[in-house]
Design a protein around this ligand. Structure first.
Ligand SMILES: Cc1cc2nc3c(=O)[nH]c(=O)nc-3n(C[C@H](O)[C@H](O)[C@H](O)COP(=O)(O)OP(=O)(O)OC[C@H]3O[C@@H](n4cnc5c(N)ncnc54)[C@H](O)[C@@H]3O)c2cc1C
Length: 502
């Protein structure tokens, strides 16, 4: 076998996944057909949960240094903004950052972790049997054959891997197209950000750099134009005049593109030894800027599970939990983007009225928080393990607990997950747990004895919590459990596997 895992596609999701695998000491290679990262950035936003998962790996400061925090987001371009600052996190904003910069940070991280990145290698075919997967790729020196125990297709919407494996891409075809222009505006609008919906269409304008603005437009008169037809500056200019009454001196284009609203999801994210993640697994209209974000979260979900399987620490249920956990979340994502798409693409007086009413509803803090939690992925909660002791925290995301470790050092719980291992967090000052001797020779589990520095009522009754490498809570043993040691061991056996307790 050449590699443990081959990741096909070195976009943001592929780089994130490869890094997660390398962090767990897996021999991994990324095959990417492009010579270098494309300078054209589709995504411009990283949402709060994505910032949290980057924080879980110590990458948050790096990514923050490349972007600009914005405390609000939008739903369907409605006039009322979503208030992320109400979220219970220090990552309570969206980061405005071009996809190109995000990809650069992730690629550098992957390289630092020892991932082999083979650019200008296009995967042509993928075949699997009981023992492994064989790939044929074409590169500058011709075709080559590579083998791996597992393959993950992160090769985007037209995924070769998905087609080769024959996983159906179920959903609806494109019914209209929209336009994107990264352009120079000689007379930019006075307000920094413009979002206008009228009977003629929808336009959003944001500054990307001091010289360049991003225009996104659904022009009622141009919605039937095929995706393949190039966008022209003239097309954008006439749309701007119709919808906003000014062309803002549009004069030069860095990048023009047309995109559609096809909405599809892979019927399954796993076929034997082959997995799908990111746009290879789901596509939708880019409403609310969520595609890249959920892709990174998927990579974080799959990485440690696949690594555990390769290291002999996991049985198949853990690998299958990738589809089981992520598929319903993305089903909800597709629904959310379809609702936004409808609100953004029907230009009738009734729709204007409906948008006005929804905008008013977003003034209600609870309604605003509900939608902000969906867009930011703070509403993600995995089904608790059937065998776990009952506790409300099971399946939820770990919040940034401030901890005092037994040596007196203060730590944010997120810092304890930088290494990508499980965290066994003991909060009950129980001396009979003798420094984790029971599990100290388990390499992928970190035992930490600590106390809470700030009030966190939901943690009051927690004796010990097992936290997954991706920052979700797997198994909580509360102080009322009499046989707590057995319960802790049961959780470790179930989730971390491969450990024989005496
Ligand atoms: C207009 C627009 C705006 C968007 N804005 C946002 C936003 O603000 N926020 C957000 O979260 N998302 C946004 N998205 C979505 C986001 O861009 C995608 O979800 C994201 O790029 C998906 O990442 P990926 O790594 O899965 O796939 P991709 O970025 O498509 O990367 C796939 C990689 O695989 C490579 N590849 C493909 N086939 C092969 C092969 N056979 N062999 C080898 N390599 C191959 C490609 O060259 C590419 O590098 C937007 C999308 C659009 C169209």
């Amino acid at each position: 076998m050449d590699y443990d895992v081959i990741v096909v596609g070195g976009g943001p999701v592929g780089m994130m996944l490869a890094s997660e695998l390398a962090l767990a000491d897996v021999k991994v290679c990324v095959l990417e057909r492009l010579k270098e990262t494309t300078p054209y950035s589709r995504a411009l936003t990283l949402h709060p949960r994505t910032l949290e998962i980057l924080d879980l790996r110590g990458l948050k400061q790096k990514i923050l240094s490349k972007g600009k925090p914005i405390p609000t987001g939008h739903f369907a371009g409605l006039d009322s903004r979503l208030n992320f600052s109400a979220l219970d996190s220090s990552s309570n904003y969206t980061l405005f950052i071009p996809q190109h910069d995000t990809e650069k940070v992730l690629e550098e991280w992957a390289k630092n972790l020892g991932v082999e990145i083979r650019r200008e290698e296009e995967v042509l075919s993928v075949r699997q049997d009981q023992k492994g997967v064989e790939i044929v790729a074409a590169g500058p020196k011709g075709e080559s054959k590579l083998s791996a125990a597992y393959v993950v297709g992160t090769d985007g919407a037209r995924s070769t891997v998905r087609k080769q494996v024959g996983i159906p891409f179920v959903g609806t075809s494109q019914t209209f197209t929209a336009m994107l222009g990264d352009v120079v505006l000689l007379n930019p609008p006075e307000s920094n950000v413009v979002s206008r919906f009228s009977e003629h269409g929808l336009v959003m304008i944001v500054p990307v750099t001091s010289q360049m603005h991003r225009i996104v437009m659904i022009d009622r008169e141009r919605m039937a134009v095929p995706k393949e037809e190039p966008v022209t500056l003239e097309e954008l200019r006439s749309g701007l005049i119709r919808i906003l009454g000014s062309d803002f001196g549009i004069s030069e284009a860095y990048w023009l593109s047309r995109f559609g609203n096809a909405t599809r999801q892979a019927e399954r994210y796993r076929e034997g030894r082959i997995f799908l993640a990111g746009d290879a697994a789901h596509i939708h209209f880019p409403a609310g800027g969520q595609g890249l974000n959920v892709g990174l979260q998927e990579a974080m979900n799959l990485g440690w599970k696949l690594a555990a399987k390769l290291k002999g620490r996991a049985s198949d249920w853990l690998l299958d939990s990738y589809h089981a956990e992520r598929f319903p979340i993305n089903t909800a994502l597709l629904r959310n983007t379809e609702i936004q798409t409808l609100l953004m693409s029907e230009f009738s007086p009734r729709m204007v009225a409906l948008r006005g009413m929804l905008s008013e509803l977003l003034h209600i803090p609870k309604a605003n928080q509900l939608i902000a939690a969906q867009i930011s992925a703070f509403d993600v909660r995995y089904a608790p393990d059937m065998d776990s002791p009952q506790h409300a925290l099971n399946g939820s995301r770990l919040k940034e607990l401030k901890l005092r470790l037994e040596n007196g050092i203060m730590r944010n719980a997120y810092e304890l997950l930088y290494s990508g291992s499980f965290l066994l967090l003991h909060l009950a000052s129980d001396e009979s747990l003798n420094d984790g001797a029971e599990w100290s020779n388990y390499p992928h589990l970190q035992f930490v004895r600590a106390s809470l520095v700030e009030e966190a009522p939901e943690w009051d009754e927690v004796h010990t919590a097992l936290i997954r490498p991706d920052g979700y809570i797997a198994w909580v043993v509360s102080r009322s459990v009499p046989e707590y040691l057995d319960a802790i061991k049961q959780g470790i056996r179930r989730w971390c596997g491969g450990y024989d307790f005496s």
